[in-house]
Ligand binder design. Sequence first.
Ligand code: PGA
Length: 255
Amino acid sequence: MPRTIIIAGNWKMNKTPSEATSLARDIAQNIGKQAVPSVVICPPFTALHAAATQIAGSAVRLGAQNMSDKASGAYTGEISAAMLRDSQVSAVILGHSERRSYYGETDAIVNKKTIAAIEAGLSPIVCVGETLSEREANKTFEVIHAQICGSLANIQPVQTENLVIAYEPVWAIGTGKTATPAMAQEVHAFIRKELAALFGEPAAQGVRILYGGSMKPDNADALLAELDIDGGLIGGAALAAKDFLALVESGRKAS
Ligand code: PGA
């Protein structure tokens, strides 16, 4: 079975509910019921409801940018998987490099969140990626190996059906510097090998591995043409409907 391409927009800490209403409306009106590629928008928590209202009835799916590993209780400021599910959310970005670097999320924390997401029926989009100094020290594969094994510990092959990985080299996020398609493909192929070692080859072949880091309409076609690049996790270019829809079109052409 070919892997359906995913074009996911990570809005980060941008868009008020009113701004999200207009962006989600523009995206949903354009995508309609077109199911390929699979389109996901990930607004901030406060805009989930507004976005859900606009995309209702379209093929656009809703994602969140983070969640708690706990089910409920005295965890002030946290949001649970069940709360996301009941807000029409079907996917959740976990372990983004900004959460790892600014909020101290370790692989062990990302692992707990990933398991909680899977158990709640959410599709986790687990982010990994090396920093510039790690790349320059030739540690890229070592770092990715540790992040993949740590973030995906204690997960069974049958639980990988909706698992998505995003390879986001930290040096490429929001910097305008993109990994070349060959550089990205090399790491994506390595990630798939790691997944095969953890879950077996058939499961690994089914996992979508997205590229993230300054993906734009003018570099997306070349990235998406690579064998193991199954879509994009897009930050900056997901904040304007025109750019995001151009990326969706690249996803459609590559499908
Ligand atoms: P960017 O962000 O597209 O702005 O580089 C990607 C991401 O951080 O998910």
